[in-house]
Design a protein. Sequence first.
Lengths: 391, 283
Amino acid sequence: MFVDFFHDLKSNGVPVSLREYLSLLEALDRDVINRDIEEFYYLSRAALVKDEKNLDKFDVVFGKTFKGLQALSESEIAEIPTEWLQSLTENFLTEEEKAAVEALGGWEKIMEELQKRLEEQKERHEGGNKWIGTGGTSPFGADGYNPEGIRIGQEKGRHGRAVKVWDKRDYKNLDGDVEIGTRNIKVALRRLRRFARDGVPDKLDLDGTIKSTANAGYLDIKLEAERRNKINVLLFFDVGGSMDPHIKLCEELFSAARSEFKTMEHFYFHNCLYEGVWKDNARRHTDKMPTWDVLHKYPADYKIIFVGDASMSPYEIVHAGASVEHWNEEAGGVWLQRVVDIYTSAVWLNPTPERFWTHSGSTDLIKRIFNDRMFPLTLDGLDAAMRELSR
Amino acid sequence: MSGKFEGTQNYIATEDLRIAVNAALTLERPLLVKGEPGTGKTVLAEEVAKALGLELLTWHIKSTTKAHQGLYEYDAITRLRDSQLGDERVKDIKNYINRGKLWEAFAYEGRVVLLIDEIDKADIEFPNDLLQELDRMEFFVYETGETIKAETRPLVIITSNNEKELPDAFLRRCFFHYIAFPDHETMTEIVKVHFPDLKSRLVKEALSVFYEVREVPGLKKKPSTSELLDWLKLLMNEDIDETTLRERDPNKLIPPLHGALLKNEQDVQLFEKLAFLARRERN
């Protein structure tokens, strides 16, 4: 019945399964809702979407699939979007342009045209990663306005009745690829847990007590240690230079990681790992710790996380003496290779979006040194990285 | 079978919530409710139960809660002690089996609403351990060899604060409802339900202050519905009228009794800083 809708959802990255589809059909069969498009929207949302970060994707697909229906059942639909479109155009067109456009075919025509354009832009913007300008010959002139900025179908649409619920896209900022906060990071980091009983035995070991009581014939209390997270983490942060735009993200990651792991050590480096790292950025030139000491101090079962944009001159990785700050006897790549050789689980988190990685040769080099274990610093990337580390 | 859920006098149910509850009710599947803290997830279960005229059983989940605690617990220690004292009860193992909330709900005569509150507080594996029990609404008691099966399946409502991700297999079996933050209109209604005597002008002013506070960029913790209600209660107690609220005096940029709205030192500081900037601009 709604197989196309189901497939569209799936191909747009909403994780739906047959079971959920069947329960939607079952609910329809049992007359949970009246025959009403809006109620159907709510029902299918409750049945198919299980995570608020997917609500926005769902709204988009729903809007696309049931567009015809919507237009049929609501005649006023054309009325109110025009209002906000109108106000939109006012923002974007100069008086002259408006006059020129008016000559083209009048207000209505423009509205149509603009709506079409907005839709195009919306879709293209979501689907791809290119920034699209509207192009020169357009009567609207303003090149490359950004639908995010004016929030089409969000703020303005909210008060307009005829704008359908799914077109409001209220859940836009809950999309998993967009937002990253410490709470979310913590959840992702939590994947990296390995419990072990360690320390002073101070909890009643019920099974042990029962067993030894049965053996001894009298109450024989046994104690055991509490379960604790045994994961040890070593964090290396790239600081300064090209990392400045990512400071906030790194801060969040740092604070989340600090509260999540009991044993976490962190060090800073600049651009690439060389013979010295430091713990305090204010005293980076006086209090450097030799990297050899770090590698010797922490055993090989530590999990290594590098955080850096990996964009530098490729010479820094392959040639000795190429560091921008000092004369280095050995190339950065040699040091990175040492880390990867000693610690079996090591990942590199890169705050620059994945699509730009191919643009810098150094990113590619580092990725190769890390055996492809480079992940973007988004929630999904972090998730994948933690999975890799907990292997 | 009880009727459909339509919201109550005390609880404003939006259309999507109503449908989600009804779907869960009709298909007898669990309903998972998520949302910002303070948007009324727990209250929802209470109100659903009230609206349907059903009893509510609540199982609060803590970080130490284990799945089997919801089914039953075998109290081995008491039995051990009784055996040493020669108590007669010791002969029947049934005396030492303590029923959990799921057992209570399954064994309940007629339909009941079972609230599993804050499921994300427990260990990551917790929901997986309950899959079968929630799906079939039955479980086996090893100690006595009996099977507990629900005669009428209870309506299970599960709330989550999103601290941990829930496993896919678990999600597939639930209906899902995300409580969005109420908009201005819904909020006015909610306030009216809670404080029917409040002057509408005061409500209007208070709400606009409230939404302004929420709009301030960079707040660590945005105030939510429950904080708004607390704040309104305070405003009423202190007899603050709408003119005080309306005063957009730069010296008083921080709303009166802000302690109820802002729960974080840094947020209060941020507000003070903004107030300071605004004052400097005037001068």
